[in-house]
Design a protein around this ligand. Structure first.
Ligand code: SIN
Length: 495
């Protein structure tokens, strides 16, 4: 085959769209399960995009906050790359149709947990993800180099001459082979493998499992960030987020007796680092208590600043202006994934990863608020530009198909989610992790989600110290310590 095959981008969230747009004029086939960003975690993002563009702020300060949040487990060079490219990323998004909230002549800058400066740019208040996604989706739809195919799932990788050379598509049970000059996984995180998540159900690690089946290296699988305030809907799996920005303007977390649960626990109280707050909420829930976010006293323009939270709560019969909002901790973001270099290259030739599925070192052991959409834009654009300049690849050898394999049936999937939630939730112990591994053992042959979950549990068991979002209750460590680990001892797994 001559190498005029397209670039194949798997995933229509923000990372996939930025990569596809930046690759112009090289032909791109963009694959997504749903149309126009629906079902993508990017669309649900309520936080904004961090950029050190305010008076008194600096790239150095953004870097410092990101490293501190990440418990110094980050790759400092990549963090600097991220922070240094933020201002240009905001400009690029504006050029591509996003209208950010303004404050007089300039952009309005908000402050979120872990940031020492006001540097969060929002669009439509808490609707930032949806607004940016709408603008980028419209651009991608009208871009002549992008063939956007929705309603499809990539369920196998094609290997040729020892490199990834395409994907197999599944569309309503019909299969099709699509050869490519590069395959980019932009498939998001693994939150939906947990019983409670702020992620959409599709954020189930399908791309990660595909790469794992083909022998790609994984890294930092145990680092999962839990958000302390998802709307606590009974029996629900995918829970709406109640943005941290509400605590940023004064909302308080209270137990069932109305007592403020963060008092005396951390100098920053309700705005303590996300992992600390999530553990406190989780503990309260695990002992049978309820937690609510009390925003009743706030003097804010709900419709302008928090339209998403207001509409979601009202849709569930809760008026946050007059009632406390019931909240739960929930799996929110995966810092681990496919280790990549700064151009998004994975350990497999021809396979790239960008966004949450990738582990490029910017988030370390715990992601700083509003750095995730930024990562999608900065590293998506870098990857797209790199692929644009690549020489075509010539494939001659025979093809080998590596399938992800069957998925779990619903009962097994429920068991997997509950197992990960209990064993690998905000608070972990060796005993619970081992119990989780034993519980999943019979499921390994039945579905790829179990194999992925198992690698996460095994990684969490191996890391016996607490760091960032990975909290081992059986390790002796100060809950708020942020000691610097030796990155070389961070394990990576080969399958
Ligand atoms: C939030 O708005 O609370 C979440 C923001 C983020 O995950 O960065």
């Amino acid at each position: 085959m001559r190498g005029n095959a397209p670039i194949v981008v798997v995933g229509g969230g923000m990372a996939g769209l930025c990569t596809a747009l930046a690759a112009a004029p090289r032909p791109v086939v963009l694959l997504s399960r749903a149309a126009d960003g629906e079902g993508s975690a990017s669309t649900l993002a309520q936080g904004g995009i961090a950029a050190a563009i305010g008076a008194g702020d600096s790239i150095d300060a953004h870097v410092a906050d990101t490293l501190l949040a990440g418990a110094m487990h980050n790759d400092p060079g990549r963090v600097r790359m991220l922070a240094a490219a933020a201002a240009e990323a905001i400009e690029w998004l504006q050029e591509h149709g996003t209208e950010f909230d303004r404050d007089g002549a300039g952009l309005q800058l908000g402050r979120e947990g872990g940031h020492h400066h006001a540097r969060i740019v929002h669009a439509g208040g808490d609707a930032s993800g949806a607004r940016v996604m709408a603008a980028l989706s419209a651009e991608a739809r009208s871009a002549t180099h992008i063939d956007w195919r929705s309603g499809v799932e990539a369920d196998a990788l094609v290997l040729r001459d020892g490199r990834v050379a395409g994907v197999r598509l599944d569309q309503d049970g019909r299969n099709e082979i699509l050869m490519s000059s590069a395959v980019v996984l932009a498939t998001g995180g693994v939150g939906a493998l947990f019983a409670r998540t702020t992620n959409p159900v599709g954020a189930n690690g399908s791309g990660l499992a595909l790469a794992m089946a083909a022998g790609a290296q994984l890294q930092d699988m145990e680092f999962v960030q839990f958000h302390p305030t998802a709307l606590d809907l009974e029996e629900a799996h995918s829970l709406p987020l109640v943005t941290e920005a509400l605590r940023g303007v004064g909302a308080r977390l209270r137990d069932g007796n109305g007592k403020a649960i963060m008092d005396g626990l951390h100098p920053l109280g309700d705005l303590a680092p996300r992992d600390i707050v999530a553990r406190r909420v989780w503990q309260e829930n695990q002992t049978g208590g309820t937690v609510s976010l009390d925003a009743r006293a706030l003097e804010i323009h709900w419709e302008r600043a928090f339209p998403t939270v207001l509409a979601t709560c009202l849709g569930h019969g809760i008026d946050p202006r007059h009632m406390p909002i019931p909240v739960s901790a929930a799996a929110h973001f995966h810092m681990g994934g496919l280790p990549v270099d700064d151009l998004g290259r994975t350990s497999l030739d021809g396979l790239y990863a960008v966004g949450e599925v990738a582990c490029n070192g910017v988030h370390g052991a715990n992601r700083l608020a509003s750095n995730s959409l930024l990562e999608c834009v900065v590293f998506g654009r870098r990857l797209g530009s790199h692929l644009r300049e690549q020489q075509s690849v010539r494939h001659d050898g025979g093809c080998l198909l590596v399938e992800r394999g069957a998925g779990l049936h619903s009962d097994d999937l429920r068991l997997l989610r509950e197992t990960l939630w209990q064993a690998a939730g905000p608070i972990r112990t060796a005993q619970n992790l081992q119990h989780g591994i034993d519980t999943l053992a019979p499921l390994l042959a039945r579905g790829w989600q179990a194999r992925l979950g198992q690698s996460l549990l095994a990684a969490a068991l191996r890391r016996t110290t607490s760091i960032g979002a990975h909290w081992r209750d059986d390790a002796v460590i100060n809950p708020v310590s942020r000691s610097r680990p030796n990155r070389s001892i961070s394990h990576s797994i080969r399958h």
